[in-house]
Design a protein around this ligand. Sequence first.
Ligand code: NAD
Length: 483
Amino acid sequence: MNVQPQASHFIDGAYIEDTQGERIDVIYPATGAVIATLHSATTAIVDQALASAKCAQKEWASWTATERGRVLRRAADIMRERNHALSVLETYDTGKPYQETSVVDATSGADALEYFGGLAASITGEHIQLGDDFVYTRREPLGVCVGIGAWNYPTQIACWKGAPALACGNTMVFKPSETTPLCALKVAEILHEAGAPAGVYNVIQGYGAVGASLVTDARVDKVSLTGSVPTGRKVYQAAAEGIRHVTMELGGKSPLVIFDDADVENAVSGAILGNFYSSGQVCSNGTRVFVQRGIKDAFLKRLTARLADVKMGDPQDPDVNFGPVVSERQRDIVEGFIAKGVEEGATLVTGGKRVDLDGFFLEPTVFADVTDDMTIARDEIFGPVMSVLDFETEDEVLARANDTAFGLAAGVFTADLTRAHRMAAGFEAGTCYINTYNDAPVEAPFGGSKLSGVGRENSKAAIEHYSQIKGVYVRMRDLEAPF
Ligand code: NAD
């Protein structure tokens, strides 16, 4: 399959190239081969994209919300029709197995387009009666929104930001990660084909510097970033200069707590989904797996048995269920953490090594006897490495689960109904799971607390972050004044 796009950028309804921009080689993580070459946006391209978004915004906002919603719903239909091709592309971009991409990426992107398309017409203000006078509120768009993406879910991130932004009457300039630049271009193409006017959704490529130049531009009203905490700090600070709205979807080191009374098979499934899906490159992963002592042996036994069913190979093969990590750099980072885990005295239960395949494959890795102070229990690894920690009591585990600067997600497996809800109430995290892990339906809010972020994506909550309220006071009688 030829994955080379027509051009690097999609601006004002058309593909556009500027070869003056720094070269971006797209590498298929399963082979290490260069599969496409793009160019980072020059200042001229950045300017063109923002000018186009600015120019299109007022007109787009003047459409009725039903009309805007129809465009989004049409785009959702097109995405679903093209699910196969989009999933193949997502697999080339990220290395995630087709077995995953065919059911997660374009499909969840389409869900977001459909959901916010459906919601658009219900976004209304309110009427506040004040005697004879009254106030009415208008829920208005923010203006031009910038979206900046991470490399783990390029299609999903482009849609999770674009769909609510466009539903509210904003326009967007989206910059995908330089590691996975291909998929967002398809989202732009599809939205345009579905009837979004030129300039409503633009995609430009680039490294961090391009993202930084977008964040500080006077034409930009809002920035939504999905990325690491260090990048989040920089973007948040830069956005503050212009008092711009922000959504920050950042990193995590989430706890997954398994009590003695949990169903072992379900708990193992949760731990697998929360550590090895997408080769562990999921922000909300429950990488600190706290296992109560009474269930530890059974848990580790079933976990290692089930890991024998991991099938690695060409991620485009639908039978393959575990892919490489996204890049050579990411593999090096993850290997560094594995070495640290061994050095600091954790027990390597399984994995830990490279796989004898081309590309950036690493075995799914499980450490047991991990303690709270070890590097692998404190830092976000963003790779297929699970840390299993022992615990005795509920109070103890809740305190330890919360003893982190991050607060993205948290999960608990238990048969005790009241304990499950107590734990969910006690977790310092934006997204919690009871007897499941890592579900992210568009109907539910998603986002972090503490260092993991600000704002929420998905659900009705996202509307708050892509619109603002204007209050209009209406006087019905003569107006008195002191002189
Ligand atoms: P990253 O922070 O390195 O990069 C994210 C994006 O920011 C990229 O597009 C990059 O080009 C851009 N960028 C870098 N410096 C910038 C700057 N100074 N100004 C503006 N933009 C800049 O993150 P990554 O390595 O691509 O992704 C992995 C991280 O993302 C992990 O920490 C992961 O937890 C997090 N993540 C969070 C979520 C979430 O929803 N909370 C989802 C996926 C990934």
